[in-house]
Ligand binder design. Structure first.
Ligand SMILES: Cc1ncc(COP(=O)(O)O)c(C=O)c1O
Length: 445
């Protein structure tokens, strides 16, 4: 396609309002025409290594014919039918069966949604439902963490702990509380003598429960590895401590694994790294590798039981037109089959270690303050002063733009550059990420 076509596409694109929009950030978008493996091709002839797998989700890489075929076959047979109570369809039955006990052995029931925000909104409604059924309607608050990203429905916006998502959308719904995240590089909470970051951040959760009153708190929500907040990998003791605190005070634990689910961190689901199980799991993205919009929650057997024993007047009046979408579920099922066949969690572990090793070499640059990651999700934090750890978002943006010119896509998150390439990436392609990023850092002005 010739470059003039690209400006025409960009002009026409103005009829669309893009997510997280500001005119400045969308002045000159990349117009993507196709993808293959880890590579994206633009209408003006650029070939870009997609170091973020779309939006942390194209786990199996682009252009998988098997997924196209399964979508085609299911659409021909029946793309959609209602999945509301009283009707069901075969792909949603099969995918729910596959997922039963797949992530954690206490979660056997799935409610499908179309994405991660809907999944978290469902989780928040479900914890309210649960506590009402238990005769404790006063328990409705949710404790989340500063820097968390949980999506953009009204509730997930305010569960999100990033203020810029709140600024134009307040007032906030009641009951979302934020505590310090267990960030080993820059912990912003109170650290007592001899206390590690994991212990201090877990203490912050308990203090919030005590301050609010356990009889008002329904749930705690966390991403096992914080994504949009800057790829924060917690210390090993954090989640076991928080799980114990939740149990002690009767608080449900929601694991938001929209990014970390389906192999990304080197385990199928990330709390496994710390031997912890949630009461509710939110998932999306990797379940279909982005080949169809799908997400959902899985609930514990205990929560399911409260629905089975409910009178009709206390029915679970929640769910979406596209809950259990037949085509999307068929794609999800095939996608998981591919990930199992190609041993994705293991690939993420091995190739993630290779990526992290490569990125750690960049600590030699005076502006690379920290490099961290777990499996194939990594962050490179840019600072103007390594001793003071002064965040340098401007420099991060410059590196991001320079890397894009050199054919490497990542995501600038404040002063952190985030990487989450397809899990199908090869060793050479991992090395290419490091090479291109290093070249961008070498030539950034
Ligand atoms: C951890 C987490 N939760 C929820 C969401 C929201 O998902 P969606 O954009 O599919 O609504 C995201 C999206 O990036 C996410 O990273």
């Amino acid at each position: 396609m010739n470059p003039q076509d690209t400006s025409k596409w960009i002009e026409k694109d103005r009829k669309q309002l893009h997510p997280v929009y500001h005119p400045k950030s969308h002045a000159n978008p990349l117009v993507i025409e196709r993808g293959e493996g880890v590579w994206l091709y633009t209408t003006d002839g650029q070939k870009i290594l997609d170091g973020l797998a779309g939006l942390w989700n194209v786990n199996v890489g682009y252009g998988r014919e098997e997924l196209a075929k399964v979508a085609y076959d299911q659409m021909k047979k029946m793309a959609f039918t209602s999945n509301f109570s009283g009707m069901t369809n075969l792909p949603s039955i099969q995918l729910a069966e596959k997922l039963s006990g797949f992530a954690y052995d206490n979660l056997h029931t799935t409610l499908f949604a179309s994405g991660g925000s809907e999944a978290n909104d469902s989780a928040f409604k479900t914890v309210r439902y649960y506590w009402k059924r238990k005769g404790k309607p006063g328990k409705y608050k949710v404790i989340a963490r500063k820097g968390a990203y949980h999506g953009v429905t009204l509730t997930s916006t305010f569960a999100t702990g990033l203020e810029k998502y709140h600024t134009m959308f307040g007032p906030a719904p009641d009951g979302f509380i934020h505590v310090s995240a267990p960030n080993p590089y820059r912990y912003d909470g109170e650290l007592r003598d001899g206390e590690g970051v994991g212990e201090a951040a877990a203490r912050a959760v308990e203090e919030a429960i005590l301050r609010e009153g356990a009889d008002t708190v329904a749930a705690f929500i966390a991403e096992p590895v914080m994504g949009v907040g800057g790829v924060i990998v917690p210390p090993a003791d954090y989640f076991p401590r928080v799980r114990a605190i939740c149990d002690k005070h009767g608080i449900l634990f929601i694991s938001d694994e929209v990014i970390t689910g389906f192999g990304r961190t080197g385990e199928w689901f990330a709390l496994k790294h710390w031997n912890v199980k949630p009461d509710i799991l939110s998932f999306a993205k990797g379940v279909t590798s982005g080949y169809a919009p799908l997400g959902g929650i899985q609930i514990s057997d205990e929560i399911r039981e409260t629905m089975e024993s409910a009178p009709e007047s206390e029915a679970y009046m929640h769910g979406y037109t596209y809950s259990g979408h037949a085509m999307a579920c068929a794609v999800g099922l095939k996608n998981i089959e591919i990930m199992e066949r190609e041993k994705f969690p293991e690939r993420a572990r091995v190739l993630g270690a290779r990526l992290l090793d490569g990125l750690k070499k960049l600590l030699a640059f005076p502006f690379v303050g920290d490099v961290r990651g777990l499996g194939l999700v990594c962050g490179v934090e840019i600072v103007s002063d390594k001793v003071k750890k002064t965040p340098d978002a401007q420099m991060a943006m410059k590196i991001f733009k320079r890397a894009q010119d050199l054919g490497l896509r990542m995501r600038p998150l404040g002063n952190t550059l985030a990487f989450a390439p397809p899990l199908s990436i090869s060793e050479d392609e991992v090395d290419e990420i490091v090479k291109r990023l290093s070249a961008a850092m070498d030539t950034v002005v």
